[in-house]
Design a protein. Structure first.
Length: 215
């Protein structure tokens, strides 16, 4: 039985140097600077002593001209996640590019197909897990990972039905990846509505135990 751990707090709440955070920014921020970012990414960047990603993060994401290159034209299956270390290694991030469903016909078509949505989000979160494993190994396994739902707000124009689809896709990926990698991160949800939606969806997955807390 896989435990689904949900926390109704901002992902930046009570950080420590042993915490690794998922950063779901847009592609443009990964290729240049953090200036202008909002939402969860903006809150994360406000904690940093720089306004730019690490140089290797910029180099990696600069391989992709558009998001379609990440998710449609990525025949080499390059990772859509990259780890970064900031503030003298006190803040550890895993950057990924949340799919922006507003401006890509390819991504819009995926969103209308549950199986394809699940496949896309499994790829995204598995790349995040793999980057975390690399970071954890370098720190002798002492780290914990915090996740959050990717692309579930402005990247879907705050559409409620689309939010449900993406939350389900995240939970499906979460369960499969935890079975595979045995990491068991917590999912942080900022705002009571998102927390209640995810809690309801998690409880409908009757094979799995849901751990609800505010720590």
């Amino acid at each position: 039985m896989i435990k689904i751990s949900l926390v109704n707090k901002a992902i930046t709440n009570k950080l420590s140097k042993n915490t690794v955070i998922l950063d779901p920014a847009g592609l443009g921020y990964m290729k240049s600077s953090f200036n202008g970012a909002g939402g969860a990414s903006g809150a994360i960047y406000n904690l940093l002593n720089t306004n730019k990603p690490n140089s290797d993060v910029i180099a990696h994401f600069s391989k992709f001209k558009t998001e379609d290159d990440l998710y449609k034209n990525n025949s080499a299956n390059l990772s859509v996640a990259r780890r970064g270390s900031y503030n003298n290694n006190e803040i550890k991030l895993i950057h990924t590019v949340g799919p922006d469903f507003r401006n890509s016909k390819y991504l819009q078509d995926i969103l209308s197909n549950t199986q394809q949505t699940d496949k896309l989000f499994f790829k995204l979160y598995e790349d995040v897990y793999k980057e975390f494993i690399k970071t954890s190994d370098e720190n002798k396994g002492k780290l914990s990972l915090r996740l959050l739902p990717v692309s579930s707000a402005i990247f879907i124009n705050n559409d409620f039905i689309s939010k449900i689809k993406l939350f389900k896709a995240m939970l499906n990926a979460y369960v499969k990846l935890n079975e595979k990698y045995k990491i068991f991160p917590k999912i942080y949800l900022y705002g009571r509505l998102d927390y209640d939606i995810m809690k309801f969806l998690a409880k409908t997955m009757v094979r799995h135990k849901t751990d609800l807390n505010n720590n």
